[in-house]
Design a protein around this ligand. Sequence first.
Ligand SMILES: [Zn+2]
Ligand SMILES: [Zn+2]
Length: 589
Amino acid sequence: MAKTSKPNLDKFAIAAALQEIAALLELKGGKDRFKARAYQNGARVLAGMAEDIGVVIQENRLTSMRGIGDALASQIKQLFLTGESSVLRGLKQEFPPGIIELSGVAGLSVSKIKTIHEALGITSLAELKVAAEAGKIKNLKGFGAKSEQKLLEAIADHGKHPRGDERLHLHRALQTGQQVLDYLETSSGIVELSFAGSLRRWKETVGTIEIVASTKNPTAVVNHFARFPLIIQTEAQTNKSFTGHLADGSRVSLTACELEQFPLVLLAKTGSKAHIEKLRHYAAEKGVDLKSNNASSAAVRTTKKSSKPPRNEEEIYRRLGMQHIPPELRDDEGEIEAALAGKLPEDLITLADIKGMVHCHTTYSDGKHSVEEMVLAAEAMGMKYITITDHSPTAFYAGGVTLDRLERQWGEIDEVQKKVKIKILRGTESDIVADGSLDYPDRILEKFDVIVASIHSRYKMDSEKMTRRIVTAMRQPVFKIWGHALGRLIQRRPPFECDIERILDVIAESKAAIEVNGDPYRLDMEPRWIREARKRKIKFVISVDAHSTGALNNVKYGVGIARRGWVRRGEVLNTLGVGAFQKAVRPAG
Ligand SMILES: [Zn+2]
Ligand SMILES: [Zn+2]
């Protein structure tokens, strides 16, 4: 092996370089996205490796590790021996410097960044800002006064929140947060690692991805995180915390603390603010101080010096004389009072309780996968039943299923049923049309195993008309499940106007159920309305509204939002076995 003057890189530095390669490949897009994933994966494997990297390289055993092929192994070797990678060098030549940072600006494509770089030599956000302010961008090919103005706005937004005021959708925050966790897990000193903040509380949108880590050496963990290649901007760094912006537009904040501090820091960082403030009020009475010592924003202590630090959050709540409050409930919506009185439900719905996938689309309407593919995927997830509910004919834009095609689908379901153990239920997502009637004639509706009745058009009726429309629909005996109740699309469309309390009264009377829609863009109904429904003893189904096999994972968001509405296991119909579920939702019944 050739000797070089540079010291050998350690596995973390190599992993960081691999992450950088992945980030650049990701920018290239297309087929390179797959390669990007391989490099990401390689970085993970490498950083989590227990053996000495030098020995593994010496003995030529890199490719015997899972996920590391020849190409990846050769780059790892190069990085270890020379501190450089030919692939990274090539990518860096292909892209102007500063590309990862610049690509975080909304509306700035890779080709535009190239144009700007070639004409003006710009390699950073700061330089871009100066040039735009000086009016130098508008004269470039493909730009104009308008786009220069837009660019300036985007840069201004970028400083505050990478995508303007927009908070990240829960599922995107979760995805990015998981990437960060995967990276952090490779740091040898980490003992415990958890999401905190609104992500841990399953809020619909997330401003900052909060992460808390416990470790014997907080500074080392912070320094490790600071090397995460997707960080494009450091906002604040102390020896126990780091806040920065990632290339995908998210803001991430890491708090590292000593082991015994973890439960209190996690509690404080999870929030919500209102919950913690009220908790402190009760804590003061008990002589327990939950305040953070904000010099490092990490240290939190109890005033009773003699008492041992709590081992976990459960113990903190116990010391405060109340039931443990799950993160999803920490919104100061009466949960502390209920916990003090011992009245907090202890059987909140969990993912493991769900036995059936409700509300699945297939290629018969606007789904991506066939009946069989959806069914097999649900079965692989351990489900006992699945409801196939494609759109009804009125939703023609979504390929609503006409009568003749419905017959074909039922035939297909029968065929697939022969091959699987999971029970396939024949369903529809029937439109609630403008006058409150349901799509399909009654004689057909009665033949379904399950009907999800939803509104897909005419959202802008006035409140009274809309209320009448929904109430009319609910009064029909076949109405058993109210789909994505208020029609909201998070950050895109507000819930429609209606007299929701009156509608809840009607549905309580009719004994139909309300869907808690797990599509991360819908998450409909909102928790506050779920709680109102619970008061009326209304039942729920937690649905996936899946248009692909991957979207069957929406079930976790549905469960998250239902928990925020304090929904208990016994209140969710798709925790039932198939027979009981069928009986509960059968249109003809
Ligand atoms: Zn729908
Ligand atoms: Zn749907």
